[in-house]
Design a protein around this ligand. Sequence first.
Ligand code: GRF
Length: 188
Amino acid sequence: MNIAVFVSGNGTNLQAIIDAVKRRYLKCTIALVVSSNKNAYALTRARKAGIEALVLSPDGFKTREAYDKRVMRELARCNIKLVVLAGFMRLLSPYFVRRYKNRIVNIHPALLPSFKGTHGILDAFRYGVKITGVTVHFVDDELDHGPIIAQEAVRIRGDDTFKTVEARIHKVEHKLYPRVIRSLIEKK
Ligand code: GRF
């Protein structure tokens, strides 16, 4: 099965997926990485792993749908069956979501529906919650929204700082995401 991973930043989740493919925990091919940011370190990770990467800055597109249609052409060319969002900083258009229904997943570093948005870890930490976590969900056209596939809790202790919580959240992400992707691949 061919999958695509969409990124915009550091790409540690991409790396976890690359590593899981390498050790055959994931029986799939990452046939394409799509980045909305030409400076994303995730692109270096893709290059090192020999994965084709497409950099598409939103600037050249009039509408969200135009951008997505361009992306969808590449997905069709690469015969992509599953789209994995891993820190992709763009909302997908209803057009895209409809065509790839139940074939797009996202990971969010908080327990949805709490603390949506770019700063989920920090927002939860500042709020003072005692339990936060990680959510993997199917994607619809709302931000950090859609049927939840898996969640894992992360407890916040009295001596935690933002940095220690952040590190624990990422550690959970890097295990949970490959696990969910594996189960989706098995279910085809
Ligand atoms: C992760 O925390 C993910 O949950 C969120 O964006 C972050 C991406 O990190 N959606 P990375 O680029 O995978 O390191």
